[in-house]
Design a protein around this ligand. Structure first.
Ligand SMILES: *Cc1c(COP(=O)(O)O)cnc(C)c1O
Length: 358
């Protein structure tokens, strides 16, 4: 037998794939998973009932056009159905967009540090990443504008930014968009938009309307609590939505996800009450952390960022040992998801008892 293994694209040697947040390491006692920005709440009974009902028909393929869900999104947000494309989570749509623009020489720009899927999905799409360092934990939009070349095909603006929590301001975003060439797509990744309370933050849906090269990504995973079902959507002008439909894996949004997403829009008021609880907890956690002496950038998302540098792994391990899993990012910092009060208190206690290096 030959020693040689099948040959794959060389780009696969450069990374290990997406690393999801871990469950807490300790086996005994109550543990809390604060590593993946999920909703801490069980599904709403009304949504769970719709999923159970939909489960009776899973011998059939789902609606490949997701007509009912598309209609529900269109009605909810007052956008044309033709401007909507649904996908297997918004990360699935990000992959489809990259596939639609990716070719050797194409550049994909995003702030760094930002969402971890951007670099490896860009590599997979045969495009080149251009990473523009964050400034004060937020997007440096003037530097991003200055880094645009004729090869720039797509720019992600993740707002609020994962993992730092900062949101861009409407005025600076508009000034940025005005400098982006018409043939370059700007994708506003608004996975956490429901948690935003800054009145100066932008609303992607009002910005995209007059700009054919701007699209918005949203998800049912976070505020709507459907992370396990994988459904998100894009709102953009017809050619952009078309590109996403063309690069879609057939039947990529399953029938349970479609039904649950429609039911979640119908139950949105109830879900947004839960979001409000998380927002209150977020502000309490940040205030307590500041009181404990930590540096925590202002956050508009359902998580906080602790820029701990070299100490990130150590702090993360200490939280783990206390039954709280958080998300370390090499030597940059640690992201901690806001959950219910009990979980947040467990994290705050772990943070308070951690002794920092001198
Ligand atoms: C969680 C997240 C997503 C996507 O989640 P899906 O579950 O794939 O919809 C997209 N962008 C950012 C920045 C996220 O944090």
């Amino acid at each position: 037998m030959s020693e040689q293994s099948p040959r794959f694209r060389r780009v696969l040697d450069q990374f290990a794939g997406y690393k999801p947040g871990k469950a807490p390491a300790v086996a005994a006692g109550k543990t809390f998973k604060l590593s993946s920005n999920e909703s801490p709440y069980d599904p709403l009974p009304s949504v769970a009932a719709v999923i159970a009902d939909a489960a009776r028909h899973i011998n059939r393929y789902p609606d490949n056009t997701a007509a009912a869900l598309t209609e529900a999104i269109a009605n909810r947000f007052g956008v044309p159905a033709g401007h909507i494309a649904v996908g297997c989570g918004s990360v699935g749509i990000a992959q489809q967009l990259l596939e639609a623009v990716g070719e050797p020489g194409a550049e994909v720009m995003y702030a760094w540090r930002s969402f971890e899927a951007y670099p490896y999905l860009t590599d997979l799409a045969n495009a080149t990443s251009v990473q523009v360092p964050l400034r004060d934990f937020g997007h440096d939009l003037p530097a991003m504008a200055a880094a645009i070349t004729e090869r720039t095909r797509l720019i992600f603006v993740c707002t609020p930014n994962n993992p730092t929590g900062t949101a861009v301001k409407r005025a600076e975003l508009i000034a940025f968009l005005d400098q982006v060439p018409a043939d370059c797509l700007v994708v506003l990744d608004e996975a956490y938009v429901q948690y935003v309370r800054d009145p100066e933050a932008p609303d992607g849906l009002s910005l995209y309307a007059s700009r054919p090269n701007v699209a918005v990504l949203r998800t049912f995973s976070k505020a709507y609590g459907l992370a396990g079902l994988r459904v998100g959507y894009l709102v953009g002008h017809e050619p952009v939505a078309q590109a996403v439909r063309k690069t879609m894996l057939p039947f990529t949004v399953n029938s349970l996800a479609q039904a649950a997403a429609v039911a979640s829009l119908a139950a949105e008021a109830e879900l947004l009450e839960r979001v409000e609880q998380v927002v209150k907890e977020r502000d309490r956690v940040r205030t307590e952390l500041l009181g404990q002496g930590w540096t925590v950038p202002p956050t508009e998302a359902n998580f906080v960022w602790l820029p701990l540098g070299e100490e990130s792994a150590e702090f993360s391990d200490a939280c783990d040992a206390a039954g709280v899993s958080v998300r370390p990012y090499s030597t940059d910092g640690v992201r901690v998801t806001i959950a219910d009060r009990e979980a947040n208190d467990a994290f705050l206690a772990a943070a308070a008892s951690y002794s920092r290096r001198a």
